[in-house]
Write a new protein. Structure first.
Length: 158
């Protein structure tokens, strides 16, 4: 490293320290701008609690057994409630795919299933949070600018 490049590195380091001390942090904002449309969004504290509660599920299947009481449910859209708890909610970027299964789940008696669940998963709140987030994510993706058309022309470096 030459003395000039060493001085330049030191100068940029000092500028960075001063900027960090006096300018507002934009990291989280820029993260949201970049990844919000991909579904990597922040969760409010209440939503974090709901998502964290999903990890308590012990896959006992009690909710599934009582899911048979539901009427007018399209089983090809959602097999059973534990699918939502154990699988469908595990990836935030895929939550927009939850809208249809949640609509099926809402047709049942969620309060009854909550009472039966040994892990006390708050299923009604799970549905409420997931629906809100799924619809927001869908709206975000619909409003996204169209992707650039793929070019069939080969790059000619000249
Ligand atoms: S009853 Fe509760 S713990 Fe059992 S599978 Fe359903 S959500 Fe999980």
């Amino acid at each position: 490293m030459t003395p000039v490049s060493f001085l330049r590195l030191g100068w940029h380091f000092a500028v960075r320290l001063v900027a960090r001390a006096f300018l507002p942090a934009r990291g989280l904002l820029r993260f949201k701008e970049s990844y919000g449309r991909e579904g990597l969004f922040e969760l409010a504290r209440e939503e974090q609690e709901v998502v964290a509660s999903l990890s308590r599920c012990i896959a006992c299947g009690i909710c599934d057994a009582h899911f048979g009481d539901f009427t007018n449910v399209a089983r090809n859209t959602m097999r059973a409630p534990s699918d939502v708890v154990l699988a469908h909610t595990r990836s935030l970027p895929d939550w927009d795919a939850l809208v249809r299964p949640l609509a099926q789940l809402e047709r049942g008696d969620l309060a009854r299933i909550e009472r039966l669940c040994p892990a006390q998963i708050p299923l009604a709140r799970v549905v409420e949070v997931a629906r809100r987030r799924a619809e927001a994510l869908r709206a975000e993706r619909v409003s996204a600018p169209p992707a650039l058309p793929a070019s069939n022309e080969k790059h000619d470096p000249g």
